[in-house]
Design a protein around this ligand. Structure first.
Ligand code: HDD
Length: 753
């Protein structure tokens, strides 16, 4: 007996409720279906959900459980139905007057199917349209409970979270690895209601006042006439804006640094950017800045890698996050706070805490860990969860309050407002992914997409008809109580004097960078300004760079072929902040991708042992061979045709794969791509050259020296390990990966160091 068949039989029985069997004779309808309607296979049970996927919480809009969430699983019932539950006999042919006749308007299934399809899209987010998300859990250490009464920050509290990472400028289908800021938005489903921490991977922002947000985004988005370029800042309008708005200098410098091209969402820091006000159980207040610290460290791509990946795998970051979670390599971040006294000035060590273009260096105010977040579950439906999740800086819980940062003020309006267009109406909090895990007892009623069936007759207060319910809560019953701060002042459209400092912290960032990081910044400015057409914009931006650092300004000016301007104000002399540099730290190599090049001529026993050792070290080995299928007993994951170096964090060569008929592919050979005197497959040589240029570790044994020779890589070069013992080579390579890159391989001009 076929288990699948008998299981389906049960489903059929359950669905048909003991009714007629599927093929029972219906009067006037022939029992045997026309050949064209025959199903290609027997009905099979649908694939079970992957272990890493379950749906969002499916509490009802009023907070009550709705019953079996699995009942809502798609494609699980035996029969296709219309949206009205009517079983359908055919979904491939419109109802026609004869096989060659006109289609009939009375075809309700055709009309419903096409009507629904026509409305499948909703407007993409006006910014941060491109994103990827995951579910997880936040476990609090309790170390913040002296400064906040927030229940999810109490000792031992475990809170479900949903995190969405994003780029800012690109459209929904744009590439992941563009140079841009990354969004890092976390929804905490706390017992006291939803708290959203809507941050970025860069701790400062382009503008000091939210009223300029439409301007900076209009400047960064594609030009309005031709709608190009997509998902990038390397164009005239962006540089026009930031060179005119010098408060953007600090954020722009971060974007031009390696922070603008992260290696993975799993390897980014997150920042709340604004200063927030925490309130403890006694009502005492503290000012804080939030930080997410990734356990895997902060790592970036090189610019060439980022550009290549945009073509080779535009979904690189999205895939990386989902693959890691599916493989059980759950990414983790520690949440930390920098703590400042809540003084009337709201300044710390001369830094204006209300200015979102300023950081407080960690050396001045250490980041104190308050909990650990782990992402452990992929969404099961992109649209339902990742697309429809609605974050809002105004989703606050008791114990967390806002400050008067004028950038934050505009956000408090914008995030609520934008959902009305994006999610079509005011009831977006009822969409499953947005539902709080706390009981809802609101008096909001009706509107588009109202899912709740509210009972009672008195959605107003005070009332006597519904027994006076619901009642107000006091602070002791967990009510959100705003901090009763004194407010006074003249109504003016002005910024405080402290907001006029636009360069000192950009200089602090530059001075904190290592030589290769500075070189990357110079290259990035030179590339981006080199893509601008207007000479006046390039010259104006060079004047901005002169106020950051003379070396930066000179190098970029030289690259652009323009004169180097002098600074317009005296340069500040801040102490560097080592915490800002990505160089000089050691990190676990968990979850890294190791390419292993091998063919039949290699000792496959050694390859197998190395592959196993990579797995045991918590990394992902990908066997790259001339053709697909199996290499000995190992599955081949990439061929020389499908592999590209940018996918790997390090490359191992188990020998020198000879160019053969298979290695080149008949088409390559026909096209005359083959060079006459290559002993090694040139696609492997190219891979080695790229990995070398991108400063990644290379290991080899056996005849691997031949590959290096053909690639022009000397065996003594930094980060190249050649030896007789494959497993020892791997250990050395893993050691090199702790620093992420072989930094000394990046060429650096002497005056940059
Ligand atoms: Fe914003 C989305 C982060 C300033 C207006 N923002 C959005 C997202 C992130 C940020 C991560 C994506 C959320 C998601 O995944 O759904 N935004 C920031 C940070 C800012 C910032 C860290 C400065 C510190 N944003 C900002 C300002 C305004 C907005 C000043 C408006 C005045 N942001 C929006 C928005 C979006 C948004 C238009 C688009 C989609 C959405 O909100 O839900 O309301």
């Amino acid at each position: 007996s076929n288990p699948i068949k008998s299981a389906v039989g049960k489903v059929v029985d359950a669905v048909s409720d003991g009714g007629p069997a599927p093929k029972a004779e219906i009067p006037g309808v022939p029992n045997s279906e026309p050949a064209s309607l025959e199903q290609p296979t027997e009905p099979r049970e649908p694939l079970p959900p992957k272990p890493d996927q379950t749906g969002p919480d499916t509490g009802s809009p009023t907070g009550e459980p709705t019953g079996a969430p699995q009942a809502a699983m798609a494609q699980t019932g035996a029969f296709l139905t219309s949206a009205q539950g009517v079983r359908l006999r055919d979904t491939d042919h419109s109802l026609k007057a004869g096989p060659r006749g006109p289609v009939l308007l009375q075809d309700f299934h055709l009309r419903e199917k096409v009507m629904h399809f026509d409305h499948e899209r909703i407007p993409e987010r006006v910014v941060h349209a491109r994103g990827a998300a995951a579910h997880g859990v936040f476990r609090s250490y309790g170390t913040a409970s002296n400064v906040t009464r927030a229940a999810f920050l109490a000792e031992g509290a475990e809170t479900p979270v949903f995190v969405r990472f994003s780029t800012v400028l690109g459209s929904r289908g744009s590439a992941d690895t563009v140079r841009d800021t990354r969004g890092f938005a976390t929804k905490f489903y706390t017992t006291e209601g939803v708290y959203d921490l809507v941050g970025n991977n860069i701790p400062v922002f382009f503008i000091q006042d939210g009223i300029k947000f439409p301007d900076v985004i209009h400047a960064g988005k594609p030009h309005p006439d031709r709608e190009i370029p997509q998902a990038q800042s390397a164009h005239d309008t962006f540089w026009d804006f930031v060179s005119l708005h010098t408060e953007a200098t600090h954020h722009t410098l971060w974007n031009m640094s390696d922070r603008g091209i992260p290696r993975s969402f799993r390897m980014m820091e997150g920042f709340g950017v604004h200063t927030f006000r925490l309130v403890n159980a006694e009502g005492a207040t503290t000012l804080v800045k939030f930080h997410w610290k990734p356990k895997l460290g902060v790592h970036s791509l090189t610019w060439e890698e980022a550009q290549m990946i945009s073509g080779v795998d535009p979904d690189f970051h999205r895939r990386d996050l989902a693959d890691a979670i599916e493989a059980g390599a759950y990414p983790q971040w520690e949440l930390g706070i920098q703590v400042f006294p809540d003084t009337p000035e709201q300044m710390f060590e001369g830094i204006d805490l209300l200015d979102p273009t300023k950081i407080v260096p960690e050396e001045l105010a250490p980041v104190q860990p308050v909990g650990l977040m782990e992402l452990n579950r992929n969404p099961s439906n992109y649209f339902a969860e990742t697309e429809q999740v609605a974050f809002h800086t105004g989703h606050l819980v008791p114990g967390i309050d806002i400050t008067d940062d004028p950038l934050l003020a505009a956000r408090l309006f914008s995030y609520l407002d934008t959902q009305i267009t994006r999610l079509a109406g005011p009831n977006f909090a009822q969409i499953p992914i947005n539902r709080p895990h706390a009981p809802i007892n609101d008096m909001l009623r009706d509107g588009w997409h109202q899912d709740a069936v509210h009972r009672g007759v008195a959605p107003y207060k005070p009332n006597s008809l519904d027994g006076g319910c619901p009642f107000h809560a006091g602070a002791s019953e967990g009510a959100y109580v705003e901090v009763p701060l004194e407010v006074s002042g003249r109504k003016v459209r002005e910024a405080p004097a402290s907001y006029a400092d636009h360069f000192s912290q950009a200089r602090l960032f530059w001075l904190s960078m290592s030589a290769p990081e500075r070189e990357h910044i110079i290259d990035a400015y030179t590339f981006e300004l080199g893509k601008c057409y207007e000479q006046a914009i390039k010259e104006r931006q060079l004047r901005v760079l002169a106020n950051i650092d003379p070396v930066l300004c000179r190098e970029v000016a030289q690259g652009l072929g323009l004169p180097e301007p002098a600074p317009s104000e005296p340069l500040a002399d801040p102490a560097p902040s080592p915490a800002l540099s990505q160089v000089g730290h050691e990190w676990p190599a968990d979850g890294r991708i190791i390419g292993i090049v091998a063919d039949e001529s290699c000792d496959l026993g050694v390859v197998g042992a190395v592959r196993q050792a990579v797995l045991s070290a918590g990394m992902v080995p990908l066997i790259i061979a001339p053709k697909g299928g199996m290499l000995g007993t190992m599955p081949v994951q990439r061929t020389f045709l499908t592999a590209r170096s940018v996918e790997f964090d390090a490359l191992l060569l188990a020998g020198a794969p000879m160019p053969g008929k298979d290695a080149y592919g008949a088409r390559d050979a026909k096209a005359g791509n083959r060079l006459p005197d290559e002993p090694v497959d040139p696609r492997v040589t190219l891979m080695v050259q790229e990995v070398y240029r991108h400063a990644k570790a290379i290991g080899g044994w056996g005849t691997a020296g031949q590959v290096l020779a053909q690639a022009g890589v000397v065996e003594q070069a930094p980060g190249v390990v050649v030896g007789g013992d494959g497993e020892q080579v791997l250990r050395d390579v893993v050691g090199l990966m702790a620093a992420h890159r072989v930094w000394e391989r990046f060429p650096t001009a002497a005056d940059v160091a």
